[in-house]
Design a protein around this ligand. Structure first.
Ligand code: 5AD
Ligand code: SF4
Length: 462
């Protein structure tokens, strides 16, 4: 038991965080003890992200650090799991610090791999040779069993849980590594998902977020019917105890769009929040990205969403500095952002990913300083919009779901009295900060908005 102390570090998206949660509970069930620091650990696992080079560089520098630690602690077992493990496989195993490399599809084996590495002090590789091999539409494969067994509340954010609706991606946007490291789209059985949500509700979970790289592509054929995300949301809304349902991320597509939006309009549990990345506002760039729409078509889709759900909050992602993006292309993106009126959007600088079509066929032509300037400019445009939209909340009474104590002090910290600053989210996913008792973590609270800023609403309990 003495050598069964594991520290896990996690990088990347919600999908990765969910994998980390599954790995944590699987290791816990196998008798390992999860520890908060590398110092206490015999095993360090890093769940990695490959979506941009920067994310991989951070992992590599972490591995460099662990290599130093291993000089004085040679028995320390270091494992790399997740997307980077799948992408680099054998090459990562050559790193002096690394003993285990385990791809996202192999996480059900993680407890065995760690046990073996501890026992024999030898290197272990487990990645899928052909990650894009179509997986059968069945509920009985190892990943599905792993998910059903360990997909319980991870208690990281009280009252909230993430549930995978589907794995993988078939969209092949030319810049994106995800289809190569996470494999083909596989929708999970609706019964397995609903059953998991029921168990989470029994465990006190109030908000479930359904996850998929393009979650609106969810489709599952049963003998009776073909399930869409709309059907899944409607069935999840029937689960007693679940109060809010969210889903991320959406690919701009007409398929099932109206149905999903109508469920949102009709069910008070389905939150009026839509994360639907455009990536660019230039049709030329969208074509080169293999995004299958034009800027006008995308904006019309947002209009439709607002017709069906008038109070909907929309969020997006953009990549600036894609190969051959001219100033004119960038201005079209600025124009789209102004028209889209997002609650918020993330902006990323293009990062060539080895093996993707964009990397193979297109040169990374936009200079780093131009990418940086466009990034800053686009964020500034969005900030003005977020600022204006956030002001419309001033003086309003709203319901929020409390996450817990705020990690950083905010503007109204001085007025905190004896209560800590809490951070919460609205149904539309706005961040709300207010002073209140810690016991509200995981609970709904009614607050009045007293002050606003582009990204944060400030409030007091009512
Ligand atoms: N470079 C920069 N950003 C990227 N994204 C995906 N691939 C890349 C890349 N190669 C961004 C997209 C996506 C988000 C998760 O990451 O905007 O929506
Ligand atoms: Fe990547 Fe495009 Fe799939 Fe999103 S939809 S994961 S950007 S390939």
């Amino acid at each position: 038991m003495d050598n069964k102390k594991v520290h896990i570090k996690s990088f990347g998206c919600q999908m990765n965080k969910l994998d980390t949660a599954l790995v944590r509970s699987a290791l816990d069930a196998a008798g390992f003890v999860l520890v908060e620091s590398v110092k206490e650990a015999n095993v360090v696992l890093i769940n990695t992200c490959s979506v941009r080079d920067h994310a991989e560089q951070r992992v590599l520098s972490h591995l460099g650090h662990l290599k130093h630690i291993k000089e004085s602690k040679p028995d320390l077992v270091v494992g790399v799991i997740g997307c980077m493990a799948q992408r680099l496989g054998e090459k990562l195993l050559e790193h002096e610090a690394v003993s285990i490399v385990c791809g996202p599809a192999q996480i059900p084996q993680i407890a065995d791999l760690v046990t073996e590495a501890l026992r024999h002090n030898k290197k272990e590789l487990s990645v899928t040779e052909q990650i894009r091999k179509p997986a059968p539409q069945t509920g009985s494969d190892a990943l599905e069993e792993f998910e059903s067994a360990y997909g319980l509340a991870d208690k990281q954010v009280p009252g909230q849980a993430f549930v995978r609706a589907m794995r993988g991606c078939n969209k092949f946007c030319t810049y994106c590594i995800v289809p190569y490291v996470r494999g083909p789209e596989v929708s999970r059985q609706p019964e397995a998902i609903i059953d998991q949500i029921k168990r989470l509700a029994d465990d006190g979970i109030k908000q479930v977020t359904l996850l998929g790289q393009a979650v609106n592509s969810y489709q599952y054929k049963t003998a009776e019917k073909t399930w869409s995300l709309a059907d899944l949301l409607a069935a999840a809304a029937e689960v007693e105890g679940i109060k809010w349902l969210k889903f991320i991320t959406n690919y701009p597509s007409e398929k099932y769009f109206d149905e999903i939006l109508h469920v949102m309009a009709d069910s008070p549990k389905v939150c009026p929040h839509l994360h639907i990345p455009a990536q660019s506002g230039s049709d030329k760039i969208l074509r080169a990205m293999n995004r299958r729409y034009t800027a006008d078509w995308y904006l019309a889709l947002l209009d439709k969403a607002r017709d069906i759900v008038p109070d909907i909050a929309i969020a997006g992602d953009f990549i600036v500095g894609f190969p051959d993006e001219t100033q004119d292309d960038f201005e079209r993106t600025v124009d789209l952002v102004k028209k889209a009126q997002y609650r918020n959007c993330f902006v990323f600088k293009y990062s060539p990913r080895p093996g993707t079509t964009a990397d193979k066929r297109l040169e990374d032509t936009v200079a780093p300083e131009v990418k940086q300037a466009r990034n800053v400019e686009l964020l500034a445009v969005q900030e003005e919009i977020s600022d204006r939209l956030s002001r419309s909340f001033l003086g309003k009474d709203i319901t929020v779901l409390v996450e817990g104590p705020s990690k950083k002090p905010h503007l109204n910290a001085a007025a905190s009295g004896n209560n800590p600053q809490l951070v919460a989210r609205t149904a539309g996913h706005w961040i709300v900060v207010f002073n209140g008792p810690k016991s509200l973590a995981g609970q709904f609270a009614k607050v009045k908005i007293t002050k606003t800023s582009p990204l944060t609403l400030f409030a007091r309990l009512t």
